[in-house]
Design a protein around this ligand. Structure first.
Ligand SMILES: *[C@@H]1O[C@H](CO)[C@@H](O)[C@H](O)[C@H]1NC(C)=O
Ligand SMILES: *[C@@H]1O[C@H](CO)[C@@H](O)[C@H](O)[C@H]1NC(C)=O
Ligand SMILES: *[C@@H]1O[C@H](CO)[C@@H](O)[C@H](O)[C@H]1NC(C)=O
Length: 407
């Protein structure tokens, strides 16, 4: 039952298929654009034009015309990441790299147009300091469009900004594990000493207070967790102990299994409590670049150009067991937990893996910082790589609001 077609018809058939695909995808994206339905069907998503292009795969090209949109005077910097002020070497070089996605064009964010599009809406970030790094870049870029931007810190936000010209709030809620966690000092039981000082109780089914009540306020949300799920933050003497429905989970979970349970519960909470028309993103891990040792073993990141594609596995592949492997390990767990959720992945890991050259390294703005904390090969210089994250996020927000008919 497979009739053979004359081979000279094939090119025409292929052309026809593409033409009709193109017709339907433009038709569908236009129709969802003007409809007011709050959730987009999987069909329209898979057919929308933007999904044929993957913004997360590509390469960095050196482009001297690519210059930052802001400088060290931005009022939303955090000192340790303000690499211009801290006189980090080669900042011009670092910022001359432009991300070029494969098979598509990534427009640079235009802060005036973006804020115009977002008029009367709010954008929230929830997670750890790498999301704060993301936020700081976003605020510095947006403040170019509204000199009246004011610091904003309400509803449990750690920090943020209000842009009065556009009535837009963009803020960050610090919740490093997403779930609520509390230090439980050890009760002295008849002087028994087993080396532990206590533990951190993690309620896997309770979101941290910092973001538990923000549903409905934000129109766009960017979640993350990951950089705290390690023995540096929670050593054996101060472990995480996971609780569900107020009771310790038995048998006790290791850290990675604990993360899985937290993710499942937090994703379920988001799905249940947040309106369907809130545009939700989940940022995958930001990779670290410690070379020659971990952060507390004189690990360093004094590189003057991005890594090559074929160097990445050496740095990040879990099988190589290097100090920077955790990003990919955690991404695997996170992607699995998010499979069925109505949350879009911001897979910024790969493009960031290439940028070993773009961390604050030894330029931290304080003389003693390196001696105490080691180099910072985890956060990013601003201006820098997170500005590209902002370009991608703003493009996806534009596409997403179009799909849900909110533009
Ligand atoms: C500002 O935006 C909020 C929604 O975020 C809206 O409720 C409010 O009415 C807006 N204010 C003005 C003055 O338009
Ligand atoms: C780091 O470098 C300092 C100074 O060079 C040295 O004293 C120290 O032993 C090194 N630490 C490690 C863990 O290699
Ligand atoms: C800065 O760039 C120059 C030229 O590429 C290089 O020689 C120097 O080592 C770089 N410095 C750092 C700290 O990467």
């Amino acid at each position: 039952m497979s009739p053979k077609l004359p081979s000279h018809l094939f090119p025409w058939l292929i052309l026809l298929t593409f033409a009709s695909f193109y017709f339907f995808s433009s038709f569908l994206s236009l129709s969802t654009f003007s409809s007011s339905s709050s959730s987009s069907s999987p069909t329209s998503q898979s057919l929308s034009i933007s999904n044929t292009c993957n913004l997360f795969r590509g390469h960095w090209v050196s482009d001297p015309n690519h210059t930052p949109l802001y400088d060290q005077t931005c009022p939303f910097h955090r000192n340790a990441w303000n690499c211009l002020r801290n006189e980090r070497q080669n900042m011009t070089l670092i910022n001359s790299w432009r991300w070029v996605p494969r098979n598509c064009h990534l427009p640079r964010i235009d802060p005036v147009r973006f804020l115009g599009m977002m008029k009367n809406t709010n954008i929230g970030f929830v997670g750890d300091s790498l999301n704060e790094n993301f936020l700081a870049s976003f605020l510095c870029i947006l403040s170019v469009a509204d000199k009246g931007a004011k610091k904003w810190k309400k509803k449990g936000a750690w920090r943020g900004a209000y842009f009065p010209k556009f009535n837009v709030t963009v803020a960050y809620h610090r919740a490093v594990l997403l779930s609520r966690y509390q230090w439980q000092p050890k009760q002295s039981e008849a002087g028994v000493k087993d080396g532990s000082e206590g533990f951190y109780r993690v309620d896997v089914d309770v979101p941290a207070d910092d973001w538990a009540k923000i549903a409905g306020f934000y129109d766009v949300l960017v979640f993350n967790t990951g950089h705290w799920w390690n023995r540096d933050k929670f050593p054996k003497e101060k472990p995480l102990v996971f609780y569900k429905a107020g009771q310790p989970i038995v048998p006790p979970l290791g850290m990675l299994d604990g993360l899985k349970v937290v993710l499942t519960n937090m994703v379920a909470y988001i799905q249940k409590e947040f309106p369907g028309n809130t545009l939700k993103f989940w940022r995958l891990q930001s990779p670290r670049h410690f070379y020659g040792g971990d952060w507390n073993q004189n690990g360093s990141c004094l590189f003057n150009k991005p890594l090559e594609e074929d160097e990445l596995d050496l740095w990040f592949e879990p099988r190589n067991n290097g100090v920077n492997k955790e990003a990919r390990v955690l991404n695997f767990v996170i992607e699995e937990a998010l499979q069925a959720a109505n949350i879009q992945l911001l897979d910024l890991t790969h493009l960031s893996e290439l940028r070993a050259d773009a961390h604050p390294a030894i330029w931290l703005g304080r003389k003693d910082a390196v001696a105490i904390w080691g180099q910072d090969c985890m956060h990013w210089c601003l201006p820098g790589v997170p500005d590209t994250w902002v370009d991608i996020l703003s493009q996806l927000i534009h596409d997403g609001l179009g799909r849900t008919g909110r533009l």
